[in-house]
Design a protein around this ligand. Sequence first.
Ligand code: DC
Length: 232
Amino acid sequence: MIKKHFTMYEIPILTIDGTSGVGKGTAAAKIAQTLGWNLLDSGAIYRSLAVAALQENIELNQEVMLSKLAENLDLRFEAHDGEVKVFLNNQEITKNIRSEEAGNTASKIAVFQLVRAALLARQRAFAQPRGLVADGRDMGTVVFPEAWLKVFLTASIEERAKRRYKQLKKKGIDTPLSDLITALNERDARDRSRAVAPLQPASDAIIIDTSHLSVDEVINQIMHLFHQQKNL
Ligand code: DC
């Protein structure tokens, strides 16, 4: 692996991209905590925008209106004992953004170039000393192309659906596995096929198939890559 310079901010950045339900959020949060680095959950920003659009009854095909909403989004993340709380217009929306509706709406409005452009600076502002762990779909390709280490996580659709099934079951929601497979397939297809910043590994990303790995094993593999990179 070629040692790269730090970003234009001279801040080391680790990007973790991948498909829906692959476990990148959990891995990114734990790694950021271990390293004492900042965390960017970029999906939470798209999900918050989705919640705002739904609250304001903005039609999901209105690119310009959605981009204006994105530019002016009054969004705040607050870390409390390792948990991140999300506030929109000073109202807590931490739970709202995790719904299937918020996720699917986020994926629909994320196809627009103007919307993505409006959220770019907000995402880049998370790059603060001592470093940043950023998870999403286009962290390594578009938002932080100069990242120090790029990882791309994959897992079979069945495995991802099973993981989501267990998460929902814990919350007391019983959804047929086949419905979850359909929803994940739809979301992946939309995220992969969009013209702007489609879901794809950066050419210099390291791909990890997590289908048969536990969360801890995924984290250990990424930390191993991290230490390898550090010692180059
Ligand atoms: O990672 P997530 O499931 O919270 O993301 C929700 C949706 O937001 C995802 O389906 C597509 C969009 N998204 C994106 O387009 N780019 C990102 N960097 C992160 C999320």
